[in-house]
Design a protein around this ligand. Structure first.
Ligand code: PRX
Length: 664
């Protein structure tokens, strides 16, 4: 049995089979329903014939140069092929076709820089820019299948670059600007990038945050000989070093021919590689292809965000360095011809309330952000959003981690003025697009639950043995049927793809998340059950941070856990044993702690900087020497540790508890 679908017709709240936290629900308002994009016929059509449903959505959402005749080829499972004999150009679907349809004057991007500089870019302008940029990149030798690493701030050139690469049938790999030179180097090496596109620097909190120096440092490292050129956008105006392989974006752009005819590429032509953290130290290059990815990006964006391109102003606050930025800043909204806001800065610069000012300034109607941002806004106080209008908002979205019911309620009341639906969207880098979410105008909303697989997706929660749990049960969230935007593999490592996602429960995609199924068949995602942490909606690997820590000369052993944190969801907490030499020579332990925090930030990036580092004599281990993280997490969070029989020496725990007690 698949997960029962929502009761799409009931709007009363009289059901009796609720568990306590299933009690509050919000039926769609009649006004919303009247103009809603989605209706329950989507669920009906998908249930009747799932594969035919996707074929229909693909034809509806995209322009195919060569129509596909084969929808799904699952013969080499788990490596799917969708729409494989069709051909299209992804960039043309996001740009030229809107201009041809007479919407060239519609604003594609309202850009706002961190410093308040603004640019309004229409679809006609964006199309022209991408055409020229495609010629520019082709001039640097970029063609079908070549990898281009993008390391840019959140500025229009980032969107233009991604689309220009897509237009050429090449493959982009965006690296978040907050990642370190070493992280960048490892990604350049793994992808075998031919070109790197960066900026001198970006703006953050009134100052320039340099980027180009990290590229220079990365390219001095091993394994980066594949890089022929570095293209540099002038943004920060900061002084930078210059080498023979560097080119200014503005020079090359001005010299490039303005018109570029888009070539059609097969649906399975790779579109991008995006690196994400797994349970081992080495990030995985998740590969997405063109036709299936774009189909699901456009379909979910339209139906989950109730997009009316002719009147909506949409804003997804994610950076393009994450999957959310790929699917719901670049590909989904642009494929749907929507007007959106792109903002370079942080929510509270130069002062609290900047986001809400932007909502009012641009008349944002649909806002998509992360629970961590909502909780930070709660902490700052409701008086800040209450001093703004926010009247244009009509739908809110959440992504990246479970949204606690309190934050959900606050988001709806204070930001949504008690009337906007909220869609809590569960998905991952690997899924490519939204998988589980309410459909606004259709689903009765339940604060804190991601709720229902979107039409076309089949999810099941299973127990340890892979048996489906009944309503009321908890277990592992799995996907049982292939979907168009699913990852096509891990770059250069097909075995790891099979092993990581398809081996725990044969025949099922296992996402790494635990979940509960409530009495009405709604899914409550409960977070990762593996060693992947979720800090402010960003995925970090415990193993990667541990391996950075043991790379420090003073560290003998390290264990990292994600501990519950009020604002960031989870926080990185490191427990380290230092070497005997360090013990003998170190006089200031606090200085070492600060040094280790900075060390991790430098090795991986500031987002990985541990909140706490505890220096201890011993870590809790089993008799066979395995660190028992479950216990470390409990100690870190000040919870009862439970069963300790597997420990070789239980006195270790008492020593650890003294550390956290001192901290509190
Ligand atoms: O644990 C889940 C959490 O984020 C993980 C995926 O991270 P990433 O690949 O970086 O993509 C984040 C943006 C799509 C998942 O395994 N997650 C994401 N959305 C939700 C969520 N957990 C609960 N509820 C969500 N809505």
């Amino acid at each position: 049995m698949t997960i029962p679908q929502q009761d799409h017709t009931r709007t009363d709240q009289t059901r009796t089979d609720r568990t306590p936290d299933d009690e509050t629900t919000f039926p769609p308002s009649p006004e919303f329903v009247a103009d809603a994009v989605a209706d329950s016929s989507l669920h009906d059509a998908a249930s009747a014939d799932r594969v035919a449903f996707w074929a229909e959505q693909s034809r509806l959402m995209l322009d195919w140069r060569t129509p596909f005749t084969s929808t799904l080829d699952w013969s080499a499972a788990p490596f799917a092929r969708w729409f494989a004999d069709g051909e299209l150009n992804v960039a043309e679907n996001c740009l030229d076709r809107h201009v041809r349809a007479g919407n060239g004057e519609r604003v594609a991007i309202h850009f706002e820089g961190a410093n308040g500089d603004t640019r309004t870019i229409t679809y006609a302008q964006l199309t022209a820019d991408v055409q020229r940029a495609a010629n520019m990149l082709a001039g640097l030798g970029v063609g079908q299948g070549d990898r281009v690493v993008v390391y840019l701030p959140l500025i229009p050139e980032a969107v233009v670059t991604m689309l220009a690469i897509a237009r050429l049938g090449a493959i982009h790999s965006v690296v978040f600007g907050g990642f370190s030179a070493e992280s960048l180097r490892a990604r350049i090496e793994d992808a075998g990038a031919k070109v790197v596109v960066t900026a001198d620097g970006g703006w953050r909190r009134g100052a320039v945050s340099p980027l180009k120096p990290a590229v220079d440092e990365a390219l001095q490292g091993e394994g980066t000989d594949s890089v022929e050129h570095v293209l540099v956008v002038q943004r920060g105006g900061n002084d930078i070093d210059w080498t023979d392989r560097d080119r200014w974006w503005h020079d090359e752009f001005a010299a490039a021919a303005p018109e570029h005819e888009a070539q059609a590429f097969p649906a399975e032509n790779p579109l991008f590689i995006l690196y994400t953290s797994g349970t081992t130290g080495k990030p995985k290059g998740i590969v997405h292809t063109s036709g299936g990815y774009l189909t699901q990006a456009a379909y979910t964006h339209k139906n989950v965000f109730d997009m009316h391109p002719e009147k909506d102003v949409y804003w997804c606050t994610a950076d393009i360095g994450w999957i959310t930025g790929h699917t719901y800043v670049v590909y989904g909204p642009l494929a749907n011809g929507v007007t959106q806001v792109l903002y370079e800065g942080t929510p509270d610069e130069p002062k609290p309330g900047r986001w809400w000012d932007l909502v009012d300034a641009y008349g944002v109607t649909v806002l998509y952000t992360a629970p961590t941002a909502v909780r930070a806004a709660m902490k700052a106080g409701r008086q800040i959003p209450e001093a703004r209008s926010l009247e244009t908002l009509r739908l809110l979205g959440s992504v990246g981690e479970p949204i606690n019911p309190e934050a959900w309620q606050w988001y709806r009341q204070v930001i949504g003025h008690d009337r906007t639906p909220i869609v809590d969207t569960w998905w991952q880098t690997e899924t490519g697009g939204i998988m589980i979410s309410a459909l606004p105008g259709v689903t009765k909303l339940k604060p804190g639950a991601a709720q229902t697989p979107v039409p076309g997706i089949v999810a099941e929660i299973v127990d340890d043995d892979g048996h489906r749990v009944d309503p009321g049960g908890s277990g592992y969230l799995t996907i049982t049927e292939p979907w168009p935007a699913m990852a096509r593999g891990i770059w250069g490592d097909p075995d790891r793809f099979v092993e990581t996602y398809w081996s725990r429960f044969p025949g099922r995609y296992f996402a790494g998340d635990g979940a509960r199924l409530d009495g009405q068949g709604d899914i409550w995602v409960q977070g990762r059950v593996d060693d992947v942490m979720n800090v402010s909606g960003h995925r970090l690997s415990t193993a990667e941070i541990e391996s950075a820590l043991v790379g420090h000369e003073g560290v003998a052993e390290a264990a990292v856990v994600g501990a519950a944190d009020e604002t960031t969801g989870q926080a990185v907490v490191a427990w380290v044993c230092i070497t005997e030499e360090a013990q003998a020579s170190i006089t200031d332990r606090d200085a070492l702690v600060q040094d280790l925090r900075a060390w991790v930030a430098k090795r991986i990036g500031p987002i990985a900087r541990p909140r706490d580092v505890f220096i201890v004599d011993e870590l809790p281990k089993t008799r066979s020497g395995k660190i028992v993280r479950r216990l470390l997490r409990a100690v870190t969070e000040g919870r009862p540790v439970g069963d300790t029989t597997t420990l070789a020496d239980t006195s270790v725990l008492t020593a650890l508890q003294q550390h956290t007690a001192r901290k509190r």
